[in-house]
Design a protein. Structure first.
Length: 309
């Protein structure tokens, strides 16, 4: 055990050394491994990471998350070196919309705003009007002058926002996050029966039958903040299991339960300390995007940051 701890410590020291040498900052999502969250300079949800990427002074940004997060950081910082530790850490939902469908909807609806969840590829962002995250989608869509909203790629977040904005006409896409979409009502009711005093905290990427059972619905950071402020001592968590590390760290006197051990994003878990060291040493996993592409995708990303204020 002692040898393992010393081995881990040597990796952490190497990362600290490389950060200085490369003028690098490490940004990590709540869904990555515990040890990766530990060595990060900033840990947060998609909105926080996108916003923070525009504020850090370092010339190298190491984004510990799936590929669209690295692309978002590069779009917002075209002149900086952006690295992703695992080039194969992709997000299936990010690809669950098409440019052809966007163009088709624009032809059908004269007054339409294409609202693109940041969990999407740079190509989709470049063909959209504004980007959103789960924490600011309601505020941003409500502020848009357009009545018609084509929300891509996630159908569940779109329906959650649409239910709160009956004055808007939503056109839905059929994308989804497999981690959230696979949670079932039967599992949740069983968990509630086993833990009757627990509050249910749900991410809006979950289906309507899950959100209907929630005591709170919100982004990853929203779930963390709610749990910390709530008087409850037990919580059933309906999102990716990586968030448990922060929840338990901030609330050692509270208990958190999952619906099952399948609440895991395998792509997020591909990011390891070894891959972080390799990325900083070799810069092989740098994010590269076409300049024209970045310029087009930059506008909806900046509009998101502006409308979120």
């Amino acid at each position: 055990m002692k040898h393992l701890e010393e081995f881990m410590e040597s990796k952490i020291e190497r990362i600290k050394q490389l950060k200085i040498e490369k003028d690098a900052v490490i940004l990590a999502h709540y869904y990555v491994r515990d040890e990766v969250q530990d060595i990060a300079d900033y840990v947060g949800d998609s909105y926080f990471l996108a916003e923070q990427a525009t504020k850090v002074p370092q010339q190298t940004i190491l984004l510990c998350g799936v590929s669209f997060m690295g692309e978002s950081a590069k779009i917002l910082n075209p002149d900086k070196l952006v690295l992703t530790p695992a080039a194969d850490a992709d997000c299936p939902m990010a690809h669950m919309a098409t440019v052809e469908k966007i163009e088709e909807i624009r032809r059908q609806y004269e007054d339409v705003s294409v609202v693109c969840y940041v969990n999407s590829t740079a190509e989709l962002k470049a063909h959209s009007d504004v980007c959103v995250t789960s924490s600011n989608a309601l505020k941003i869509v409500k502020a848009l002058p357009n009545k018609n909203i084509f929300f891509i790629p996630d159908q569940h977040l779109a329906h959650y926002i649409a239910d709160q904005l009956p004055e808007k006409n939503f056109i839905f896409n059929d994308g989804y996050c497999h981690v959230h979409a696979e949670l079932t009502k039967e599992e949740l009711l069983r968990a509630k029966n086993n833990k009757p005093n627990a509050e249910v905290l749900v991410h809006p990427e979950c289906s309507a039958e899950i959100t209907a059972e929630a005591d709170y619905i919100g982004s990853t950071s929203g779930i963390i903040n709610y749990a910390s402020q709530s008087d409850a001592k037990e919580f059933i968590i309906c999102t990716e299991m990586g968030v448990l590390y922060k929840l338990q760290k901030d609330n050692p006197d509270k208990k958190f339960y999952l619906l099952g051990m399948h609440q895991v994003c395998p792509n997020m878990k591909k990011i390891t300390l070894d891959r972080i060291i390799n990325a900083l040493e070799n810069s092989e996993t740098k994010v590269e995007l076409d300049a024209d592409f970045m310029e087009k995708a930059h506008r909806p990303m900046i509009r998101m940051l502006e409308l979120s204020k």
